[in-house]
Design a protein around this ligand. Structure first.
Ligand SMILES: NC(=O)c1ccc[n+]([C@@H]2O[C@H](COP(=O)([O-])OP(=O)(O)OC[C@H]3O[C@@H](n4cnc5c(N)ncnc54)[C@H](O)[C@@H]3O)[C@@H](O)[C@H]2O)c1
Length: 350
């Protein structure tokens, strides 16, 4: 059995370099080289000891290469993936795997026909903040969870690169794809019964610069996912509501707080002044009926991603990020766009 697998990279930009640096540390992967359409990027690659091929064809014809990672702008993932599989290489595509379910089906068929690995880099399945929320959910820590809100807020608009234009630009593809994937993973077998989404175009008319979407699941859980690039005050990354407690996660490492009710019977309060009125419904809880403490951040080990790739190449495992998961995710992205375009709740079940 082969112990070391040759790796090639197409697209040596920010993310391409991230893969290169991580894979350089592994004993079971041999870095063969990269190809980038931009000669400047190839020069930088060579200066770091990464061989630059003169064309994608040359890279794909190199027999030492067993698999490639595609880290080009989104619009090029499909063609490179198909060419690579036809040349006998395994393929990891950066996210989003591609932009439509028709294109994805072509890629999956090519993988089935050629028998080559074809998967996508959904690295945020290992984000500690996501794993912290997943643990709260799986362990039913807050009582029955009925709502999860997940937001990523920035204030710099859409970067001025390929993300700024069609095809393949915009925040649904750039960030939405991660948050939607995390939601599908966390909810497991549960089906989505409705989707309502709106896109924003505050700083960009051509592509969405953010979106908000509400998803309802067949077990009654509601999710809000929001990406924004025009928020100068950020809301917490995660806000999770259960019958007996709430959690807020403030950073990528999973730090935040949990507030649990300790005495549900003690729910009536004397009215308090709120604005120009009185309320007892919204009176804050007192310390004798609530317990507040920090979250226990979960750890994520992303190296499992490429461990699995090597295992798949050795025929010892099946790929972690499956074709069925990719299909469901791309279908969900299409539904977000459809709902926003029609300004309607889409009630397809999937
Ligand atoms: N998984 C993640 O966390 C994550 C993070 C950032 C980006 N990405 C994904 O990685 C991919 C690249 O994003 P990036 O931020 O590195 O972009 P980037 O602009 O920094 O890099 C893209 C590189 O591709 C090259 N390129 C453009 N067209 C090409 C072509 N036809 N053939 C070969 N090379 C070409 C460019 O010259 C550039 O060097 C995108 O799909 C993006 O969605 C993933």
């Amino acid at each position: 059995m082969k112990e070391k697998f040759g790796w090639g990279l197409i697209g040596y930009g920010g993310m391409g370099n991230y893969h290169f640096e991580k894979l350089s540390k592994r004993d079971d992967i041999e870095i063969i080289g990269e190809y980038d359409i931009n000669p400047e990027r190839n020069k930088i690659a060579e200066s770091k000891g990464l061989h630059a091929f003169s064309s994608a064809e040359e890279l794909l014809n190199d027999e030492r290469i067993d698999f490639i990672t595609i880290a080009t702008p989104n619009e090029f993932h499909k063609d490179y993936a198909i060419r690579a599989m036809q040349a006998g290489k395994g393929v990891i595509s950066e996210k989003p795997v591609t932009m439509s379910s028709e294109e994805l089906d072509e890629m999956i068929k090519c993988s089935e026909r050629t028998g080559r690995l074809f998967t996508v880099h959904q690295n945020r399945r290992w984000d500690p903040c996501y794993l912290t929320v997943k643990k709260l959910y799986d362990e039913n820590k807050l009582g029955r969870i009925f709502r999860i809100e997940h937001r990523v807020h920035g204030s710099r608009g859409v970067p001025g690169d390929w993300r700024n234009r069609q095809p393949g630009g915009g925040m649904v593809y750039d960030w939405g794809v991660h948050l939607l994937d995390q939601m599908l993973m966390l909810m497991g077998e549960h089906k989505i019964v409705s989707v309502y989404a709106t896109l924003t175009h505050i700083t960009n008319d051509e592509v969405d610069d953010g979106f908000t979407a509400l998803f309802k699941f067949d077990n009654g859980v509601e999710w809000i996912i929001e990406i924004s690039t025009n928020n100068f005050i950020e809301l917490p990354l995660w806000y999770v509501l259960g019958e007996n407690g709430s959690a807020q996660i403030d950073d990528w490492d999973g730090n935040g707080k949990i507030c649990m009710v300790t005495d549900w019977e003690n729910k009536d309060a004397v009215p308090v002044v709120a604005g120009v009125g009185l309320t007892k419904t919204m009176a804050p809880r007192t310390d004798d009926s609530i317990d507040e403490y920090p979250t226990e951040p979960a750890k994520g080990d992303w190296t499992e991603y490429y461990d699995n790739i090597v295992d798949v190449l050795q025929g010892k495992a099946t790929q972690l990020i499956t074709h069925a998961q990719q299909r469901r995710l791309v279908k969900l992205i299409e539904t977000v766009f459809k709902s926003a375009e029609l300004n309607e709740t889409i009630k397809e079940v999937f």
